[in-house]
Design a protein around this ligand. Structure first.
Ligand code: 5GP
Length: 210
């Protein structure tokens, strides 16, 4: 999506009388398999102030996932119609023929709840959101301790076919080069430690009491 179009869309959405004005939002981004989803889920349980932006995607639903909770699973045709209708704040073709995007309707849903939005999106989507929101958004890059550990985690997770695993590992190299574009880096080595650090990052950014 062009930067200009994204910016205009966001300015429209977050200008004026919206009760979202003044709210801060947090974007978590990472290479696939870095543990981002686990950390995000933990934070959503810990903090009532947060709500999750459920993305739309054209990828296949995994066995443990629920439509409307983990993602809105759309056909490619349906996804493209939504692109044409300008329904996305941002979207990316993260992997060939696999689209992911943040819907305006999702942001409006959370806006009505008066909560801060947590995004779990890829590195390019994260940069777009940061450019548009500037200091109203904090971007956190979750980094695996090493490429080898990341690879092993993806294998152990057992959610990907061999072809999909290959596709994801190929993209990791590019994703790792994005680290310096984000506000914070969180190394996910020992999960317990990473979860605690994530809580501290959220508390500080949202000015919450500990
Ligand atoms: P997965 O297929 O493992 O659930 O997600 C693959 C990648 O797509 C992850 O990096 C995830 O964060 C990213 N992703 C999920 N939703 C969105 C979205 O709405 N926009 C963008 N740009 N990326 C997304």
């Amino acid at each position: 999506m062009s930067w200009k179009r994204l910016k205009n869309s966001l300015l429209t959405l977050f200008s004026g009388k919206s009760n979202q004005v003044g709210k801060k939002h947090i974007v978590f981004t990472a290479p696939s398999g870095a543990g981002k989803t686990t950390i995000v889920r933990h934070l959503l349980k810990e903090f009532d102030e947060l709500d999750f932006s459920v993305s739309a995607t054209t990828r296949e639903k995994r066995a443990h996932e629920t439509d409307g909770k983990d993602y809105y699973f759309l056909t490619p045709h349906h996804f493209k119609t939504k692109i044409s209708n300008g329904e996305f704040v941002e979207y990316e073709e993260v992997y060939t023929d696999q689209f992911y995007g943040t819907l305006f309707s999702e942001i409006e849903r959370i806006e009505k709840l008066g909560k801060s939005i947590v995004f779990d999106i890829d590195v390019e989507g994260a940069v777009s959101i940061k450019n548009a929101f500037a200091d109203k958004v904090m971007t956190v890059f979750i980094k695996p301790p090493s490429f080898e550990i990341l690879k092993q985690r993806l294998i152990d997770r057992n959610t990907e076919s061999e072809a999909s695993l290959k596709k994801r590992l190929k993209r990791v190299e590019k994703e790792m080069t994005f680290e310096s574009k984000f506000d914070q880096t969180l190394v996910n080595d020992l999960l317990e430690v990473a979860l605690e650090e994530a809580e501290i990052i959220v508390r500080n950014f949202l000015d919450l009491d500990s």
